[in-house]
Design a protein around this ligand. Structure first.
Ligand SMILES: C[S@@+](CC[C@H](N)C(=O)[O-])C[C@H]1O[C@@H](n2cnc3c(N)ncnc32)[C@H](O)[C@@H]1O
Length: 271
């Protein structure tokens, strides 16, 4: 699959999952976004570009901290953007604009933003260094560029159980791009290679307990793995879900099913 085909596939997947993305079971996206206002050192009047804004979880966490500024969110998926607009409206937030745009070809002028954010989006393109440089080129000298990504072993052991089982159906999972930046050192190296300065890396545990196996299934279904399970026939899907959720149920504790997720945040400044 070439880059263009991968993008078409991604857009289709996110258009499909948009309605359920970030809902029950997927609170980790919200917990992660809650750290952003502290990581950005905002004056309150900035114009902040939110790359791969999705359903606006990060942009709606940041926008209230910009009473005289605004967030400009871009995403490939119109379906995700529609949810972002609905979320902003529901929260009464009016300083967010959204545009359908490929993050690899951001059409705003260079150095037109005070800061940029990209939560859980950078790893969708194989050349993260070029992408980070492209995002940074849209930020004024000295402006902050922040990305969030998963720390190593996120979603384990659930994810390995899922991947092992789906391979029994001759479905080959893709290499997850986040693995190549899943430690402090690797993320720091990415920022350094893209020429950012004043680099800081933070790690926060955003995990919790899922109520039941269906919560885990919602993560599979709505938060990025739909492309894999969609390859199963209806009969296979029923069988897969039942067998996989039994092994997930076996992980239950008195508090629920642990969802291990830590998130790395990188911050650096444009030159
Ligand atoms: C895992 S979601 C993250 C959304 C949001 N930032 C959050 O924190 O919940 C990844 C998003 O990246 C978007 N995306 C993937 N490739 C993209 C591209 N080339 N240009 C713009 N958006 C892209 C997807 O459409 C999706 O909305």
């Amino acid at each position: 699959m070439d880059d263009q085909q991968r993008k078409i596939q991604l857009k289709k997947t996110f258009d499909t999952v948009a309605e359920g993305y970030g809902t029950t079971g997927m609170e980790f996206f919200h917990h992660a976004a809650a750290h952003l206002p502290r990581i950005f050192q905002l004056q309150g009047n900035e114009h902040l570009l939110d790359v791969a804004t999705g359903t606006g979880i990060a942009s709606t966490a940041i926008a209230p901290h910009l009473p005289h500024g605004k967030v400009i969110g871009i995403d490939l998926s119109e379906g995700m953007l529609a949810q972002a607009r609905a979320r902003a409206q529901l929260l009464g937030i009016s300083n967010i604009e959204t545009y359908a745009m490929d993050m690899q070809h951001i059409t705003f002028e260079n150095a037109s933003f005070d800061a940029a954010n990209c939560s859980f989006g950078i790893f969708f393109l194989p050349d993260m260094q070029s992408l980070l440089q492209h995002i940074t080129s849209k930020v004024k000298p000295g402006g902050q560029v922040v990305i969030s990504s998963f720390y190593q072993n996120a979603f384990q052991p659930n994810l390995d159980l899922f991947l092992t089982r789906i391979q029994r159906y001759n479905i080959t999972p893709p290499a997850f791009g986040w693995n190549s930046i899943s430690t402090e050192d690797r993320l720091h190296a990415l920022y350094a290679s893209a020429g950012l300065r004043d680099i800081q890396i933070h790690r926060f545990d955003v995990g919790y307990f899922l109520n039941d196996p269906e919560d885990w299934w919602r993560i599979i279904w709505y938060a990025g793995f739909r492309g894999l399970v969609a390859q199963l026939s209806a009969t296979q899907l029923t069988e897969f879900k039942q067998q996989h959720l039994s092994e997930i149920a076996a992980l239950s504790t008195e508090q629920g099913i642990p969802l291990n997720v830590s998130v790395l945040f990188a911050s650096g400044r444009a030159n």
